[in-house]
Design a protein around this ligand. Structure first.
Ligand SMILES: [Zn+2]
Ligand SMILES: [Zn+2]
Length: 158
């Protein structure tokens, strides 16, 4: 997102739009992918020798859950983006780097798909959101549980 100082009137100007998700440079992250463009809603003002921008940024991102390892999507928002940059009337200011930084700072350190995600069974690796294994009570075994699932599928004719 590039703002040209010359296009901002005295009372300021609203910028609402989208930047392609490539500006976030997430390509090298294995488990984090942008799922759509970066949306911004900025109010820009000028002061002598300065550009002042305030507003919000959001982008849909998919993460891998730290508990159950399933990918899930959430919208990352920075509602209080602010930037003050030195710039003269005939200059342009590129906010891309600052927007990228603000979004990455808003990422969760420990992404979980839902607050009550049950995660994986430490013993058999079953995803406890989807199935219940028998490890806890030590009765039966995981194969019996899997056989049960297979039977259910067959009955449904899948
Ligand atoms: Zn999860
Ligand atoms: Zn288990």
């Amino acid at each position: 997102m590039i703002i040209r100082m010359a296009e901002i009137p005295e009372q300021g100007r609203q910028y609402v739009g989208e930047d392609p998700s490539e500006v976030l440079e997430l390509e090298s992250e294995h488990d984090i992918h942008a799922e759509g463009p970066v949306s911004y809603n900025f109010h820009a003002q000028t002061a002598p020798g300065e550009l002042i921008v305030r507003g919000s940024i959001s982008v849909p991102v998919s993460f891998r859950c730290s508990k159950c390892a399933e990918p899930f999507k959430m919208t990352i928002k920075e509602p209080n983006f602010a930037s003050v940059r030195e710039a003269e009337r005939d200059q342009s200011v590129d906010l891309t780097g600052e927007m990228r930084e603000a979004i990455i700072l808003a990422f969760p350190n420990y992404p979980v798909c839902k607050s009550d995600c049950k995660g994986l069974c430490a013993r058999c690796g079953a995803s406890l959101n989807r199935e219940q294994c028998d490890c806890k009570g030590n009765k039966g075994n995981v194969w019996a549980a899997l056989d049960g699932l297979e039977l259910k599928k067959e009955n449904k004719g899948e």
